[in-house]
Design a protein around this ligand. Structure first.
Ligand code: PMV
Length: 346
């Protein structure tokens, strides 16, 4: 075996965090080009992660294993993971079948953006294994920049592009699909903020976001939403710049409720919120108004609630929620630095 082929067969492991959107990506202008209807802004998390290992193998097809499920490109050539791997291979112009193993540190498909961390980790691990470069520097030398990786990742799942960066990240829609831009606008060190994730249900969400993005256009609330987002985005960025949690919180809550209102009034109408979600949201607002809870909610495409707060208040918030809702599971997470890449397996 030559040195080159030995290097190429080494496994690469990517650990990518999920992210929680402050301003949601909701609606696509173009499905094939994965062009969003609007700019989005998110906070990259730390503990909610996907860990993915990829290595070149001898079988003439790709294999992907996760949570006891195994799929391969012979039996499932149209599965979104298989199509993503094929796209990456074509973009790189490199050959090689892959064996991939992946796992999450948190429940998937219930509004904690597992597709964001999933496609970010998959992209990074697959590109690294195909290119035989298990480091950012090595990839960069081959012209595979973080920017290119982010744009490849967003083609698997739009929000995954933002998980390639740490801190507060913006995905700009641009004037046409080729002008999309993904960048970190504040580093994780700018402001210590946390996401106390309240699991009201770990059941799979009823409708995948891929369908919900299309259904949004029929909502009478969608055009007014798009018209107001430039202003909201400015207010969110100002609140983050000034480390003003209550100014940020007002925007977070309006934005999340607006996204769900669009979903519920689209065609077909989609409801992710459970009665227990609404009950919990009212409780958060009541507790906050009596000065007992310095946290503001946001919600992704699911029933679960993300309480955004300053990290100094995280423990008090966790204890206060647990005291009133002892049966609920909480995942406490913080703003983080983005994905890591390493040689070998975990
Ligand atoms: O990346 P997708 O297609 O799963 O869509 C993400 C949609 C939201 O998570 C609800 C919002 C966002 O910007 O992350």
């Amino acid at each position: 075996m030559t040195l080159h082929s030995q290097i190429r067969r080494a496994a690469s492991t990517a650990i990518a965090p999920s992210n929680i959107a402050f301003q949601k990506y909701w609606g696509k202008r173009d499905v094939t080009l994965q062009w969003p209807a609007n700019d989005s802004i998110s906070m990259t998390l730390t503990r909610a992660q996907t860990m993915t290992t990829a290595r070149i193998q001898d079988q003439p097809f790709d294999v992907f294993e996760m949570a006891g499920t195994r799929i391969d490109s012979q039996a499932y050539p149209d599965h979104k993971v298989m199509r993503h791997i094929a796209m990456l291979r074509a973009e790189l112009g490199l050959a090689g079948s892959l064996y991939i193993e992946s796992r999450n540190t948190f429940p998937s498909d219930c509004g904690i953006a597992s597709s964001a961390s999933g496609f970010a980790a998959l992209t990074l691990a697959v590109v690294s294994a195909l290119a035989g470069q298990p480091s950012w520097e090595g990839l960069d030398l081959l012209g595979i920049t973080r920017d290119r990786l982010a744009h490849w990742a967003r083609r698997g799942s739009g929000s995954a592009g933002r998980s390639l960066y740490g801190g507060i990240v913006q995905w700009e829609a641009g004037v046409d699909a080729s002008k999309q831009k993904i960048e970190a606008i504040f580093p994780a060190t700018h402001w210590k903020i946390s996401d106390v994730i309240v699991i009201l249900s770990d059941a799979k969400k009823p409708t995948p976001t891929s369908s919900a993005h299309l259904a949004a256009w029929a909502s009478p609330l969608f055009a007014p939403r798009l018209a107001g987002l430039e202003e909201r985005s400015r207010r969110i960025k100002n609140a983050v710049a000034g480390r003003d949690i209550s100014a940020l919180g007002i925007e977070l809550e309006q934005e999340a409720l607006e996204m769900h209102a669009v979903a519920m009034t689209g065609e077909p109408p989609i409801r992710y919120l459970l009665p227990s979600t609404c009950e919990f949201l009212s409780w958060v607002r009541n507790e906050r108004s009596r000065g007992a809870l310095a946290a503001w909610f946001t919600i992704d495409a699911g029933a679960n609630v993300h309480l955004i707060c300053e990290t100094d208040n995280e423990t008090q918030i966790e204890q206060h929620v647990t005291k009133h809702w002892p049966h609920l599971k909480l995942l406490v997470d913080q703003i983080g630095d983005g994905p890591t890449l390493m040689k070998g397996e975990l």
